[in-house]
Ligand binder design. Structure first.
Ligand code: DQA
Length: 148
């Protein structure tokens, strides 16, 4: 199946952005190793990053039209602010896993709430890049159960 990885605002700066919180790996590095992992699991991974709320929403709509089966999304700061992103995900009805590199619950109080967690299949936070890999494996296992 085709899966789509979406990274939200400022995640294009991974590697140089607050490395003590977000680590040393770049987004390109993360995307390429995750794509390889997806391929090894028999799936195709598409990757998209944007700093713009509307572009993220348009990409989610397009995913539904393109027949994407599952979304992996780190909505970054829009997690805590965007009802529009929530409505887009509800609107297309695609299953998704919410990912955060950092443990948002151990950080500022405004990062403790999410407009997306209650409609996600699951949420991973605080495990760094490994969280993306775990989310991919969880998605692949759910797709296998749905289409044996
Ligand atoms: C983040 C956590 C968010 O609170 C923050 O705004 C980000 C990244 C994470 O991956 O830990 O940009 O989603």
């Amino acid at each position: 199946a085709t899966l789509l990885l979406i990274n939200g605002p400022n995640l294009n700066l991974l590697g140089s952005r607050e490395p003590e919180i977000y680590g040393a790996r770049t987004l390109a590095d993360l995307e390429s190793s995750l794509s390889q992992e997806a391929e090894a699991l028999g799936h195709e991974l598409q990757c998209f990053q944007s700093n713009h709320e509307g572009a993220l929403i348009d990409r989610i709509h397009q995913a539904a039209t393109d027949g994407v089966a599952f979304l992996l999304i780190n909505p970054a700061a829009y997690t805590h602010t965007s009802i529009a992103l929530r409505d887009a995900l509800l609107g297309v009805g695609l299953p998704f896993i919410e990912i955060h590199l950092s443990n948002v619950h151990a950080r500022e109080p405004f990062r403790h709430s999410s407009f997306l967690s209650d409609i996600a299949v699951g949420v991973i936070a605080g495990l760094g890049p490994m969280g993306y890999s775990l989310a991919l494996r969880a998605a692949a296992s759910r797709l296998q159960i749905a289409n044996p």
